[in-house]
Write a protein that binds this ligand. Structure first.
Ligand SMILES: [Zn+2]
Ligand SMILES: [Zn+2]
Length: 305
């Protein structure tokens, strides 16, 4: 997330990230499933929400590859050339003198940081030497991990003073669609909460599905459909539930991940628990309603010819 913030401040990326000098209003990010990016982890979800708010985006969609699809991930394939460069090289570890004693323990942490910085900068120079798929590689050594977007204030956050994330749960539920392999964030209609959409046309199209891109959907021929095509041409009443067509999630797991009170689907049990705690506080402790069982079948989803 820090990287995304610094990219917006680097003029190299203005053509991709900005229009008329302002950050583009709609972002679709394809990320790998690593712990610092995966859109299923709560810590990342909060960070993506803060970034969405700080950049005044209209819509943010973060997508990751489902299991078995890593080979199709262009990011993974690009990164492999960086790992290749590391094979067979030795980075200098004691440029400014040894920071270790004879047992290999660090005895001078300041010197260790200086040496580490030097090795890191050498690596940056090595990595940025060649293009990847014709694109320049821009590297930067970062001394310490600083967290971006910590000063973002959400409407209503003052009411949840015990919430360390600063993202109120109510805001989260009103603006996000959390799924196993994706996270979508939208603006709401309440002007005391969100600024008006900057790209009105896209907002009108997304309004067809409550402001969100439709879920991953299989057509009658079992091929996955283009979500924009679904919004424009398909019968909205036949749009399946989120993740219902994801064959990695069995119908029993799917049922577990739906709230027993309101039946809304969430990607993990801990998010279901947090949802219940915040949205149904009075009803906690009562016997759960009978759960519906969902199937991953195609549900007669028709695409017009
Ligand atoms: Zn809002
Ligand atoms: Zn619920």
């Amino acid at each position: 997330m820090n990287d995304l913030n610094s990219l917006t401040q680097n003029s190299h990326f203005d053509e991709i990230l900005k229009v008329d000098g302002k950050i583009k209003p709609i972002w679709i990010l394809l990320v790998d499933g690593g712990p610092d990016e995966n859109p299923r982890h709560m810590k990342n979800i909060y960070q993506y929400c803060k970034m969405f708010h700080a950049f005044d985006l209209d819509y943010l969609s973060i997508r990751t590859h489902a299991p078995g699809q890593l080979a199709y991930n262009p990011v993974e394939r690009s990164m492999s050339t960086l790992s290749q460069k590391l094979a067979g090289i030795t980075l200098p570890i004691n440029k400014f003198g040894s920071h270790l004693n004879s047992q290999g323990q660090v005895v001078d942490s300041e010197l260790a940081m200086k040496n580490f910085r030097y090795a890191g900068e050498v690596l940056c120079t090595l990595w940025e030497r060649d293009l990847i798929f014709g694109k320049p590689v821009i590297t930067q050594y970062i001394d310490h991990k600083n967290t971006s977007f910590n000063d973002v204030i959400f409407p209503g956050s003052e009411k949840e003073s015990n919430n360390e994330s600063n993202v109120p749960w109510r805001w989260l539920e009103n603006h996000t669609k959390m799924c196993t392999y994706s996270l979508d964030i939208k603006k709401c209609e309440d002007r005391s909460c969100c600024l008006p959409n900057r790209h009105e046309e896209a907002a009108i199209l997304l309004a067809e599905n409550n402001g969100f891109l439709p879920p991953v959907t299989k057509g009658k021929d079992r091929h996955f459909l283009n979500p924009l095509h679904i919004l424009e041409y398909c019968d909205k009443l036949k749009i399946p539930r989120y993740n219902a067509h994801c064959h990695f999630i069995s119908s029993s797991t799917y049922s577990y991940l739906c709230c027993s009170e309101c039946n809304v689907y969430f990607p993990t049990l801990s998010i279901v628990a947090q949802h219940k705690k915040n949205q149904h506080p009075k009803r906690r402790g009562r016997p759960a309603k009978q759960k519906k069982v969902f199937t991953n079948s195609v549900d007669n989803f028709l695409v017009p010819a």
